[in-house]
Design a protein around this ligand. Structure first.
Ligand code: ADP
Ligand code: MG
Length: 240
């Protein structure tokens, strides 16, 4: 589904991604962990074409995302990203937030987009909020809407960048529940997270980054119980 090979990225003379190789299979949930500044967001942003890589290839299926001639509109419907800060359109209702992308980017009819939006809102317990505006929702509710808005596009790949980090601790669980649902329905997800318990329970694979390199990757049980690299062990000990 996703293949990242030899990806490098610097900002000025600061090397932020130093040769990243990563393959993600359909239906896999991969959690990126690592200290702040290790390059997690930059990697996700390179995959989402928000940053240009300096070197290396990124493929989504057969489509080369790093091809300089890529048509970004062709990928927009295939990859969806949700960020730490709630990024709903503040001037649109919850329902309009959910229907805009499918209508504009995918050409879905209004009736079908509305039907699907209600279905998605019901799934995350927010049907009653369809007519509300984002600023009247709690942070957790806004992130649940942001997640189903991403899913409304039916993307092949979902990128989540610390979607619970800005939330009141009491609201984290409701957002993680939605991600768990997305995993259960077979979505392919690459997510940066500091929620170690969630990563351990939900990830098929954990990727530990330090200083722009993948230090270690493997199934959660392996990483958490028998880390091979002392840097992984030290990081996990600090985040227990
Ligand atoms: P993480 O998400 O793991 O915390 P980031 O990918 O956000 O790490 O950042 C990795 C490094 O790249 C950090 O040192 C950060 O300051 C730097 N960085 C990220 N974006 C930019 C940018 N647009 N310009 C300059 N430096 C950046
Ligand atoms: Mg980050």
């Amino acid at each position: 589904m996703l293949r990242v090979a030899g990806v490098r990225k610097s900002f000025g003379d600061h090397v932020v991604l130093d040769g990243i190789d990563l393959t993600v299979e359909p239906g896999e949930v991969v959690c990126l962990i690592g200290a702040s500044g290790s390059g997690k967001s930059t990697l996700l942003r390179c995959i989402d074409l928000l940053e240009q890589t300096d070197d290396g290839d990124i493929f989504l299926g057969d489509l080369e995302l790093t091809d300089p001639a890529i048509d970004e509109n062709a990928t927009r419907a295939r990859i969806a990203m949700v960020f730490q800060a709630f990024n709903l359109f503040p001037h649109l209702s919850v329902l309009q937030n959910l229907t805009l992308g499918p209508r504009r980017v995918k050409g879905v009819s209004k009736a079908e987009a509305v039907r699907r939006a209600h279905e998605l809102l019901a799934r995350v317990g927010l049907e009653a909020k369809a007519g509300s505006y984002p600023d009247s929702l709690s942070g957790g509710q806004q992130q649940r809407v942001a997640l189903v808005r991403a899913v409304a596009m039916d993307p092949e790949l979902l990128l989540l960048d610390e979607v619970t980090s800005a939330l009141d601790p009491l609201l984290v669980a409701e957002v993680l529940d939605v991600i768990r649902q997305l995993k259960d329905e077979g979505r392919t997800i690459v997510m940066a997270t500091h929620e170690m318990d969630f990563a351990r329970e939900c990830a098929d694979r954990i990727v530990f980054l330090a200083e722009g390199r993948i230090v270690e990757a493997g199934p959660p049980e392996q990483l958490f119980t028998a880390p091979q690299d002392p840097r992984t062990a030290a990081f996990l000990a600090r985040h227990r």
